[in-house]
Design a protein around this ligand. Structure first.
Ligand SMILES: Nc1nc2c(ncn2[C@@H]2O[C@H](COP(=O)(O)OP(=O)(O)OP(=O)(O)O)[C@@H](O)[C@H]2O)c(=O)[nH]1
Ligand SMILES: [Mg+2]
Length: 220
């Protein structure tokens, strides 16, 4: 696995405010002390990279970053570097704590959305420690304006229907659009897009459930 070329690894960036546990999450997923963890806000200053195999995904390259709320002159340089990592990763893990979802978090989402992304990544989601969805945003889609683009929060509040949902709520069989006997609305003439989003969100919750122990470690 060490021989996997960097370019073939899925690059996953860890973003969030200072002290939210980004480095702890990297260490937990890697199963080793890759990044320094401390209660002092601003511990990670430069991006820290770690290549390993994360099943079932395969070879990945994680990039831990400095908190996006770092202040002062050096702080601006650090957050600038974190933002540049946003530009080159395939996937973002946005770590939030205490349900805090503000401008900084929206900025990470917008950073991804503005890239003219060529890959498969379509949604970004935040999950609380109990496996409940805090928020979902669509980053990229190619649906017809006026139909499928209702998955964008600025066009329609539909995407907020995932807020507070978990794998048990609704029951697994109900994790679908209404046409498929699920609970989520679909849009007339554009079922494929909401269906894909429901599937992606459910997949994200399953990822969290599968890795919950590594993610939370001994802490909660
Ligand atoms: N209670 C609790 N504490 C945590 C958790 N994850 C991390 N911590 C603690 O939070 C503090 C910050 O953790 P880090 O992993 O260094 O956070 P970070 O986001 O990398 O911080 P910066 O590098 O400063 O931006 C440490 O004291 C950790 O032990 C968690 O899930 N629960
Ligand atoms: Mg850190």
């Amino acid at each position: 696995m060490k021989a996997t070329p960097r370019g073939l690894r899925v690059q996953i960036g860890l973003f969030g405010r200072r002290n939210v546990g980004k480095s702890s999450l990297l260490n937990a997923l890697a199963g080793q002390e890759v990044a320094i963890v401390s209660p002092v806000a601003g511990t990670t200053t430069d991006p820290v990279e770690k290549a390993f195999e994360l099943l079932p995904l395969g070879p990945v390259l994680f990039i831990d970053t400095a908190g996006l709320d770092d202040a002062g002159t050096l702080g601006a340089e650090r957050t600038g570097r974190s933002r540049r990592v946003v530009e080159r990763t395939d996937l973002a893990l946005l770590v939030v704590t205490g349900g805090v979802w503000g401008d900084l978090e929206e900025e990470v989402v917008a950073g991804f959305a503005e890239r003219g992304y060529a890959g498969d990544i379509q949604v970004l989601m935040a999950v609380d420690s109990d496996g409940r969805t805090l928020g979902v945003r669509v980053l990229k889609h190619a649906e017809t304006p006026g139909l499928g683009d209702k998955i964008e929060v600025k066009k329609d509040p539909w995407i907020k229907s995932f807020d507070g949902k978990s794998l048990g709520d609704p029951a697994p069989a109900k994790w679908g659009v209404k046409k498929d006997s699920g609970i989520f609305d679909q849009f007339a003439g554009a079922t494929i897009t909401p269906r894909a989003v429901v599937k992606a969100v459910k997949g994200g919750l399953e990822f969290y459930a599968d890795h919950r122990q590594e993610i939370l470690g001994g802490q909660s």
